[in-house]
Design a protein around this ligand. Sequence first.
Ligand SMILES: Nc1ncnc2c1ncn2[C@@H]1O[C@H](COP(=O)(O)OP(=O)(O)OP(=O)(O)O)[C@@H](O)[C@H]1O
Length: 263
Amino acid sequence: MTSPPTIGVESVSFRTSGTTLLDDVTCTAPAGALTGIIGPNGSGKTTMISLIARWQKPTIGRITLDGRPVDAWRRRDYARRVAAVEQHSDTELDLTVEQVVGLGAIPHGSGWGSPVDRRTDVTEHLDALAITGLRHRTWRTLSGGERQRTHVARAFAQRSAVLLLDEPTNHLDPAAAVDLLAAVRDSHHTVVAALHDLSSAAMFCDHLVVLRAGRIVAEGTPDEVLTTELLADVYGLDAEIVPHPRTGRPMVVVCGTVGEERR
Ligand SMILES: Nc1ncnc2c1ncn2[C@@H]1O[C@H](COP(=O)(O)OP(=O)(O)OP(=O)(O)O)[C@@H](O)[C@H]1O
């Protein structure tokens, strides 16, 4: 794996079908860190991931890896450098878990069903996501959470420097969600993850970017960003931020919602 880059989003706007989905967004995902993109439904998190993944192009502005614009890479080289897991990614083919994870190596030219070192590689990623026991299970027999973990193992197998994850803890039970985010955080990728769960964002992210209606509202460490005022303003949540009794990291304690007048 090459060294993880810093991702720069520079004055990016994205418009489609006459609608502005992102409006003059500037933010950074620091190298080797886990950056969480948070914000209410429809605030532009998936759009941001799709632009960094190069699935769509910004209408204005640019996105860079270590200062180099993302469109400067050939498609195959970019696929080696950046692995992405979509929110509703699925596969039509009824592959086994081992084969799906092996698909991650395709940008490197080896594909699945190949030699012993590839099997070892796949085993390592199955272990990291605690799905070794599912190795020979076929896709259609997997639960939502098992599919999600398989997709992340596939992204690990891509041996890229950047991981883009759209709601990676979707479908996961609490322990599986914690294990997945811990594995991602410890993976030494530059990670950008769209997250809904504020407790997970507070616990695992090094850096947070907050979106509302396609605009950046705040950016910084969880300590800097997660405040009672911000959660009331952006989400309409009545919440307290208290230090975690063991780690000291901020913890979001939701008490209810606030009235319209406070938003
Ligand atoms: N092709 C499109 N044309 C018009 N509007 C779109 C299009 N695609 C997405 N949108 C709108 O853009 C906004 C941002 O969508 P996006 O999926 O990026 O939000 P999100 O923050 O990921 O939402 P969620 O948390 O619900 O997944 C939403 O209001 C969505 O309805």
